[in-house]
Design a protein around this ligand. Sequence first.
Ligand code: ADP
Length: 408
Amino acid sequence: MKILVLNAGSSSHKSSLFDLDPAANDLTPPAPVWRGQLDWSHQAGQVELSAHTAGGASIEEVIKTDSKMEGLERLLKTLHQGPTQVIDALSAIDVVGHRVVHGGPDYSDSVAISETVKTTIRELIPLAPSHNPANLEGIEVLEQLLGDVPQLAAFDTAFHAGLPAAAATYPGPYAWWEKGIRRYGFHGISHRYGAQRAAQLLQRDLAELKLITCHLGNGCSLAAVAGGQSIDTTMGFTPLDGLMMGSRSGSVDPGILIHLMRSEGYSADQLDHLLNKESGLLGVSGVSNDLRAVVDAIATQNPRAQLALDLFIHRLRREIGGMLASLGGLDALVFTAGIGENSPLVWEKASAAFQFLGLRLDPAKLERSPEDRDIAAADSAVRVLVIHTQEEWAIAQDCVALCQAQSG
Ligand code: ADP
């Protein structure tokens, strides 16, 4: 079965083609046969296209266009023409899976795209103004390019749709809840995958596990997963809540915003920029939103870089503690995404606060590795897993399930 996965963003698109045997029950995610990317972010009026195949062929080009349609059309051509050809024609694609950021409170799983689903995604644009329009456009462009191939939407919010009311509600006026101002949570595709993969690695039934999944990339969030369900999470109404991130502040006293509006005349757009683009590791260190650059700056005795790292770790530990309280126990702490997969420093510093639980790391395992693995000591009371997030593969698996449900 040939499955195209599209993650359409506001200034870049990432796409993969998987060729899966629906009968095979793969435990290890297979590499996509083709990967493609479009990036409009560097210069107005042009897009940088790149594609490569599992066989090692690649292509890179710059196309003079702002049009998402033209960019995607050209990208999809690299699937069936030229050096990166992996299929005979676009008609060979059996199903398309789209990553969609906001699915609202009602979708608790991936769904087949219909006019109703598109309307929901459109209605949610005010809640995800930089993501849902791009996701919707990606869906509509692929409808035009591929005809009536089945398409699926995998929502970043879906895994958290069943949050208990106390975890989902903000303690503002009740009218907020009625207006949809509530905690939705994000990174759900990654948290769900991390939890499922953790159960595989631990050879335990997910239904009996209490897990904290730590998605630490440019965006960072935690989920408390009990019996395979997200029961708490750090991101909320928007992906700005919770942990300190690369350039996002995470939770701050909302009184600060009122103060800045009153005393310095900040507008909504200025606050948006301040909190999303000028805060976090970048804002505190003044060096970078990339943890690697912050750590390099610490080596040159940069005190703000040191503060940024200390603050990142402090917030991470504090929020892990919050998830721990929501779960009332812990079988495994799961690290995933760019920082979570690659930073022994973060594993060590975050874990050190939980030694009182009997959590101990194995010093011999604190190295980066392409393998998903358990880095806890043999006698640790809590397992600590490093899992490479596979959001595209998770979406591809949902596509297989959709096709099987539709045909059977
Ligand atoms: P996104 O959230 O955009 O998908 P990623 O999950 O790819 O991002 O994470 C990107 C971040 O991961 C980088 O900004 C950097 O901070 C961090 N990162 C990547 N590799 C390393 C590493 N070896 N050590 C520490 N941090 C790393």
